[in-house]
Design a protein around this ligand. Sequence first.
Ligand code: 4NP
Length: 156
Amino acid sequence: MVKVLFVCLGNICRSPMAEAVFQQLVSDKGLDDKFVVDSAGTADYHVGEAPHEGTIQKLKEHGIATTGLMGRQVSIDDFTHFDYIVPMDEDNIHELRRLETLESNARLKKLLDYVPGTTVNEIPDPYLTGDFEETYALVSEACKFLLDDIRSENDL
Ligand code: 4NP
C-alpha cells in the first residue's frame, strides 16, 4: 500500500480537495487496493468539520465524491505512517519540517513541485482568494503528475 497525505493549513479547502481529486484518479485507474489517501491541516481550527462549501461545490461540479472528508490536524505519527506527505504551500512545508523527526521516512514535497516546469510554486488558498476554480485547476493538474510519479517509483 502506498500512503499519501495532503496537507494545508485548515484542512477544509485545499487538502481535502486534493485528497478527493487524487482518490478519484486512483479509482479511475483501478488502483484503489494499492493506495491509502488522506488529508490534514497544520492548524487545529477546523478539526471534525466538513470541507468548506466552496470545495464541496467545486468537487461536485467535477463529479468527484466528497464522502468521508473531515478536518483533522497533522500529527507526528503521520510521518511514520505515510510514504508521501504533500503540502500545498511554503508555510505548510515549514510547519511540517518543524514536526518531522529522525524516524520519519515520508517524502515531503509540495504538490506543485511534482509539476515539471511550472512557474507557480504554491496552491493559492481559496479561503483567502475566494477562487475555488483556480485552486481546483492547479490541484487537478498537479495530482495527475503526482500519481504518475508515485506509480513509476512503486511499479504500479
Ligand atoms: P485551507 O484554507 O488551509 O486550504 O483549508 C484555510 C481554511 C481555514 C483557515 C485558513 C485557511 N482559517 O484561518 O480558518
